[in-house]
Design a protein around this ligand. Structure first.
Ligand SMILES: [Zn+2]
Ligand SMILES: [Zn+2]
Length: 618
């Protein structure tokens, strides 16, 4: 049994209203599961049973340790409850009534259970704020203290499955009793559920940690380097280079300039940016440096958690005029974030991040064009990577929280949010508006993409910043000779190398397109006849002279074994060469996972490879 102490906070009424159909269905299924468990073990005491990302769970206290072997029995009982098609009946009760029912064991039970108080429901009841209605939901005999919402009837649950058991503390507090947490999932119908489990299987097969190890892309050396600090092995390094080349070419063409900055800076930098103290938890502790033995105090330096402050100081390094704007400053900057060790996960959650970062400093008049160009860049990248489904989540501020969660600049909030909204509307971009989730200093757009198997990833963030440039005193001299503060757009379409390559591994299942494949071409000879080698080796050299990642396998192994090796390494293109190919001046081309695609003249093959790479063909 795995410990699992994630306990969502009690939902507000507002959040309950926003629960999706699927969440209602899944939460309702938690009630059905409780009903079934009580049929088998009437003494069970239930605590909380919310919907979660992957389905639902219900925490319970029971002397019998439920294991997956019990699942079929529980599922049988659940089927009966669904077949009975009971209504989920809502009832408003007084606090006194609820307390009396909890004490009689009725809540989270099929009947009164004298001597077996609904102990967790007492606690849940006490957590309901004064003035909030106290409601029951009843399906058949099962009565639960619950604020809902639910589906209409148990029969609305089209398909479900119990998935795992974990342990959890009541209300997530380890001073509280330890409970059993039974997880399950539910869907509208069987087809949807089957698709979900197929997707899970596929995701397991495509797990970036598994494929990353098989292909030798990266390593995490917790002993000498540290957890969450990936090392890029040569093949992963090749992918990093390929992505950086893409970013550099794209940004150069779009008028960006490149800068480079150190990985650390003095404390005053992050106090000015506001990272300290608000973001201190996500930063590594400071390094103390005493410049000389008699210096009065040590200077504190912090590893950078973001590149922006350094870029702001580059903006400040020279006097700026409106003629210099827009200034688009790009850097693949390395940042360090202190993630809890329990949160670290392969390449997806790490402590060192190489970010496809840039900051665009512009005037309010230039904003729409600049913002639009950034969005266009995202779309261009999606096309290259065959990302067909994406959504941009446009997060705005809540005027009620100005001065607390959001910088107190009501006018600027309105202006920038209107500007962003206009650009999104005019460019026909697929977006949803999310209130109350903006960054402290301006509205933001999170770009969520779907991988080839339908898993969602938040890849990149695009933010408007009208506050921090002011804190850094950044100004430009405008046409009217006055000093003005520029707007700043933060953008990182390719996210971080870590997360993006993790995503790409899963998206392509490791079968990368030629331009991105760590090993692009391998030349394989049928035997080691010197004349054949003299024909084959220069092909490798020629490809390498054009920066193609080509290797040769000229060993004495049988050709079948050589091909099997190359397939296993997911080499994109194999050039298989025998005596007859040599006599005809051709090479036989074999593509990974596709097999032999025929022989072609040597020069033509090389030209094809170079064209496919430079066009970044899918
Ligand atoms: Zn409920
Ligand atoms: Zn930034």
């Amino acid at each position: 049994m795995q410990a699992d102490d994630q306990q969502p906070e009690r939902k507000t009424i507002d959040e309950r209203h926003r629960m999706s159909d699927q969440e209602r269905l899944r939460h309702s299924c938690a009630h059905v599961m409780a009903t079934a468990i009580l049929r088998l073990w009437p003494e069970a005491q239930f605590a909380a049973g919310p919907a979660v990302d992957t389905g639902f769970y219900y925490d319970l206290d029971l002397a019998h340790r439920i294991s997956p072997e019990d699942f079929p029995r529980i599922e049988e009982e659940m089927k009966k409850e669904i077949k009975a098609n009971h209504v989920f009946e809502r009832k408003v009760v007084t606090r006194e009534q609820a307390m009396a029912d909890a004490l009689s064991g009725r809540l989270g039970g099929l009947s009164e259970r004298p001597g077996n108080v609904s102990k967790f429901k007492v606690g849940n009841l006490e957590a309901i704020p004064e003035g909030e209605p106290i409601t029951y939901y009843q399906n058949g005999d099962f009565v639960d203290l619950c604020a809902g919402p639910h589906v209409m009837r148990t029969g609305n649950i089209g398909a479900f499955k119990l998935t795992s058991v974990a342990s959890a503390y009541y209300k997530g507090d380890e001073k509280n009793p330890q409970l059993q947490r039974i997880y399950g999932t539910a869907f509208k119908n069987k087809t949807e559920m089957e698709a979900y489990f197929t997707m899970l299987e596929e995701a397991k097969r495509r797990d970036h940690r598994k494929i990353g190890a098989e292909m030798g892309l990266y390593a995490i050396d917790t002993e000498y380097v540290g957890p969450g600090l990936p090392l890029w092995l040569p093949k992963g390094g090749a992918m990093v280079e390929a992505l950086e080349n893409l970013a550099k070419e794209t940004e150069f063409a779009a008028g960006y300039v490149r800068v480079r900055t150190p990985h650390l800076a003095k404390e005053v930098m992050y106090k000015t940016s506001g990272h300290l103290p608000y973001y201190a938890e996500s930063m590594f502790p400071p390094l103390e440096v005493k410049e000389s033995a008699d210096a009065p105090a040590a200077e504190r330096y912090f590893l950078k958690a973001m590149n922006c402050p350094h870029h702001h100081r580059i903006f400040a390094a020279e006097p700026r005029s409106y003629r210099d704007l827009p200034l688009r400053m790009a850097e693949y900057g390395t940042c360090y974030r202190y993630e809890q060790s329990g949160e670290l996960f392969g390449l997806m959650r790490v402590r060192s991040l190489n970010m496809n970062d840039a900051h665009i400093y512009c005037t309010p008049e230039q904003f729409a064009d600049e913002f639009n160009a950034v969005n266009e860049m995202y779309l261009k990248y999606f096309k290259i990577f065959g990302i067909e489904k994406y959504v941009m989540r446009f997060s705005t501020h809540d005027p009620a929280k100005l001065g607390q969660k959001f910088v107190n600049e009501p006018e600027l909030w309105k202006q920038t949010e209107d500007m962003v909204q206009r650009v999104l509307d005019e460019s026909n971009i697929n977006y949803v508006k999310v209130p109350n989730e903006a960054a402290f200093y301006g509205p933001k757009i999170d770009v969520q993409v779907e991988s080839a198997i339908g898993r969602e990833f938040t890849l990149a963030t695009n933010q408007v910043d009208f506050a921090v440039p002011k804190r850094f005193g950044l100004t430009y001299r405008d046409r009217d000779n006055t000093e003005k503060t520029p707007l700043c757009i933060h953008r990182a379409p390719l996210g971080t190398h870590e997360r993006f390559i993790g995503f790409l591994i899963e998206h392509y299942a490791g079968n990368f397109p030629l331009w991105l494949a760590p090993e692009q071409v391998r030349v394989l000879t049928l035997n080691e006849d010197p004349a054949l080698l003299a024909y084959a080796k220069p092909i490798v050299s020629e490809l390498r002279s054009h920066m193609v990642r080509a290797e040769g396998d000229f060993t004495t192994n049988p050709i079948k074994a050589k091909i099997a090796d190359a397939e296993k390494a997911r080499v994109h293109t194999m050039l298989v060469i025998g005596g007859r190919d040599m006599e005809a001046g051709v090479v036989s081309v074999r593509l990974h996972g596709k097999g032999n695609v025929g022989a072609k003249p040597k020069a033509e093959v090389v030209a094809d490879i170079l064209a496919a790479i430079s066009e970044r063909r899918a």
